[in-house]
Design a protein around this ligand. Structure first.
Ligand SMILES: [Zn+2]
Length: 250
């Protein structure tokens, strides 16, 4: 259910941060969330406060470029460029959560990727969980790095820092954040005891078709079953070889 008015949005942001804290996805001042109520009106958490104890009148409002529209004396999140960059490439997104789920961050520290097709439910629910390239938090480059991946995926790990998820509502984004962190937890356990084996390509393809994501980035490899030109065939083979090399590194 989408948000009806400003009061509902402010309360939803307050509520979601309490849940993020209870889930252990963010501590102290960490994390920030936003809701885009109108194309040029984004409600976003303030900078610096303990987000588990937010109050509705502390939520700030910015425009699509990150300029402050109203703030009640507070400063909009230092990560507002992360939010505006993602909204910019995802016109369908209405809500964004940025948190610091510990297993997801830990995986980036030891190069355990969550992008490989390993768990069926992840392929069906999210397509894949890529990791954005490293960038310094709270910079424009950080927002750009996240947006490069969020353009095609709803759940993205941020190298050495956290994760970002998006959806029509904050509850939807939270579900994706839970899925991401649970996947990271499973991958942490599995990687600690052995080598993780991805699903076979035909099975991963079948799951992608079931998920209704024939256009996903991962599927770009498999959807071109009948290339129209030799150049496409060469490109297809290169992609297949690269994918095989990546999967062997996991
Ligand atoms: Zn952060």
């Amino acid at each position: 259910m989408s948000y009806q008015d400003e009061r509902q949005v402010r309360q939803a942001i307050v509520d979601i941060h309490r849940k993020l804290y209870e889930l252990g996805f963010s501590v102290a001042n960490d994390g920030n969330t936003s809701v885009r109520l109108d194309p040029d009106k984004i409600f976003i958490t303030p900078m610096g406060l303990n987000k588990a104890a937010l109050k509705v009148d502390q939520i700030c409002v910015i425009d699509a470029k990150g300029n402050t529209l109203s703030s009640n004396g507070y400063t909009p999140s230092s990560e507002r460029q992360l939010h505006t960059a993602i909204y910019d490439v995802r016109p369908d997104a209405k809500a964004i959560i940025h948190a610091h789920p510990p297993h997801a961050i830990a995986c980036t520290l030891v190069n355990v990727s969550l992008k490989e097709p390993v768990l069926p439910e992840v392929i069906v629910a999210l397509g894949a969980i890529p990791t954005a390239r490293y960038a310094v938090p709270s910079t424009k480059d950080f927002g750009d790095a996240a947006a490069e991946e969020a353009k095609n995926y709803d759940a993205v790990v941020l190298d050495r820092h956290g994760a970002v998820t998006l959806g029509q509502t904050l509850d939807e984004a939270l579900q994706k954040m839970e899925r991401l962190e649970h996947t990271a937890k499973i991958m942490s356990i599995a990687s600690a005891v052995g080598r993780v084996t991805p699903l076979t390509k035909p099975e991963a393809d079948r799951l992608r078709m079931m998920s209704g994501r024939p256009d996903s980035m991962d599927n770009a490899i498999t959807s071109a079953v009948v290339p129209e030109a030799n150049d496409e065939l060469v490109e297809l083979i290169i992609k297949e070889v690269k994918a095989a090399m990546v999967s062997r590194k996991v």
